[in-house]
Design a protein around this ligand. Structure first.
Ligand SMILES: Nc1ncnc2c1ncn2[C@@H]1O[C@H](COP(=O)(O)OP(=O)(O)OP(=O)(O)O)[C@@H](O)[C@H]1O
Ligand SMILES: [Mg+2]
Length: 334
């Protein structure tokens, strides 16, 4: 029997907790987040605005600035990114692990031509010659669909439209063929044709390089078309995980059920997450018990008192809900 060493697993996140001091108290933006991404796996991370998706990705990359605080474990191929010296982490960031940011402007350097930013990444992490770097930068610009790439290599980010900037950032992220890509709404600002091209490119890299991907998106069609598994976040916590097929077919958390909403399950192409009645709680003042209970039509007395832990309910399936059996058996929404 072959024993697979667990320390060679892709990404293992355990108890990841990120807090910010605010004028209204401590905001727990990510709370005890646990999830795994196997080599070559694409995991979709979904949830309403403010649920902690970007904070989770930034915490994994250790990009949370003081006075924000991060605790927990983030293991990447057996090494703990939270405890690793900054120097070692810098070698991994941008090469083995790359991130596509939700706001392209915050990630691009405004005073450097776009081509040079791609080349800088290649210079830091590869042994390519100057000429090879230029050729690779041009190739990447073409791959992400930037027209007139040769001329645009020498242009600055402010000369690019929003969609073009997003593509440039994707080119930078993919420059060193990362093994783990943290992609925060990577295709939101792009038109459908380019979206499809870029998602296809990500899946292609996944196949060729066994790249693992965490993909944050509001688009259920993108989740259905590209992800193997998904994790649903609510108020900083993961409340449900499972294969995309299982979660879509039978959501076990009332929040997931709400997000999937009235989506005809056989046709999720380009359907955004549904909005749910009520508003998410304040992160500095979470309700007692289950954070979702004030908006939940399944809530029982226990839900008002105790916080449901994220528990394994079937192989590869975890849910944080005391009522998950009832939810799973409830009529389909349509
Ligand atoms: N530096 C910070 N200081 C204080 N609060 C912060 C900080 N960064 C994020 N937050 C808070 O953390 C919470 C989670 O934010 P996050 O950006 O992760 O949400 P999100 O799920 O990515 O939302 P969206 O879908 O809108 O991108 C929000 O309430 C946000 O206000
Ligand atoms: Mg975000």
């Amino acid at each position: 029997m072959t024993v697979i060493a667990t320390d060679s697993a892709g990404l293992v996140v355990r108890g990841l907790t990120t807090t910010f001091e605010t004028s209204r108290g401590v905001a727990i933006a990510a709370a005890d987040v646990d999830f795994d991404v196997a080599p070559g796996e694409v995991v979709g991370l979904v949830g309403e605005s403010g649920s902690g998706k970007s904070v989770t990705l930034r915490s994994i990359m250790r990009l949370i600035r003081e006075p924000g605080k991060v605790s927990g474990r983030v293991e990447w191929q057996g090494r703990d990114l939270v405890a690793m010296p900054e120097e070692e982490l810098r070698r991994i960031r941008g090469s083995e692990i790359a991130m596509i940011f939700q706001e392209p402007m915050t990630a691009l350097n405004p005073v450097l031509p776009v081509g040079l930013q791609i080349e800088e990444n290649l210079m830091a992490h590869t042994r390519l010659s100057a000429r090879e770097r230029r050729a690779r930068a041009l190739e990447l610009m073409n791959i992400v669909g930037i027209p007139a790439a040769e001329r645009r290599l020498d242009e600055y980010p402010h000369q690019f439209s929003g969609g073009m900037r997003q593509r440039a950032m994707i080119a930078i992220a993919l420059a060193c063929s990362p093994k783990l890509l943290l992609a925060d709404e990577p295709t939101t600002a792009l038109d459908v044709t380019i979206q499809d091209q870029i998602l296809k490119l990500l899946l292609d890299l996944r196949d060729r390089l066994s790249m693992s991907v965490v993909l944050v998106t509001h688009d259920l069609g993108v989740v259905a078309a590209t992800c193997d598994r998904m994790a649903v976040m609510y108020a900083g916590r993961i409340v449900e995980t499972g294969t995309v097929a299982e979660v879509f077919a039978r959501p076990r958390h009332p929040y997931t059920r709400g997000l999937l909403g009235s989506v005809p399950r056989s046709n999720v192409a380009r359907t955004m997450l549904s909005s749910i009645e009520g508003t998410p709680p304040s992160l500095t003042n979470l309700p007692q018990g289950c954070s979702f209970h004030p908006r939940c039509s399944f809530a029982a007395a226990q839900c008002l008192e105790e916080r449901p832990p994220l528990e394994t309910v079937a192989r590869g399936r975890k849910v944080a809900c005391f009522r998950q059996e009832v939810v799973a058996k409830a009529e389909a929404i349509l």
